[in-house]
Ligand binder design. Structure first.
Ligand code: ZN
Length: 154
């Protein structure tokens, strides 16, 4: 591995990639979506359990992909649990900008801890191909919230 690539695969990413949190299919999920990143071969299904107030009571995922995509899904599912769907989307917006190397503007104080955790993934901004890996789980979460791309076994 090149040194700069190695830098991207920090220990926390390798840990989440090898031992993903929330890697399961909750029976009581209220929405789900499939995410596909053909460039890398990452395929994820994100499951959310939203209550009547659009609060994310549970978040989980299944699928396969590279270490970055799996680590990102692992971290995403941890972070969005207990947040409202709109708070999760706001966080995605900021995280996406971090990954693109764009100015995130004002960071809402409520997200400080979450953004500290996500900073480790923002190293992908030096590797444009990897941005899609890092954001796939978030795009899929977004699709699930909006009941897009729901899974069909037909
Ligand atoms: Zn990938």
């Amino acid at each position: 591995m090149e040194d700069d690539i190695r830098e991207l695969y920090q220990e926390v990413i390798l840990d989440h990639g090898k031992n993903p949190r929330n890697f399961r299919h909750p029976e009581d999920a209220t929405c789900e979506a499939n995410g596909n990143n053909p460039l890398c071969g990452d395929r994820l299904t994100v499951y959310l359990k939203l209550n009547g107030e659009n609060l994310i009571e549970d978040a989980a995922f299944e699928g396969r992909g590279c270490a970055i995509s799996v680590a990102s899904a692992s971290m995403m599912t941890d972070i969005v649990r207990g947040k409202t769907a709109s708070a999760a989307e706001s966080l995605f917006d900021i995280f996406h900008k971090m990954c693109m190397g764009e100015d995130t503007g004002k960071t809402p104080d409520e997200f400080t801890d979450d953004l500290d955790k996500l900073t480790v993934l923002s190293g992908v901004k030096q590797f444009p191909m990897r941005v899609k890996c890092a954001t796939l789980a978030w795009h899929t979460m977004n699709a699930a919230v909006h009941h897009e791309e729901s899974t069909s076994t037909e």
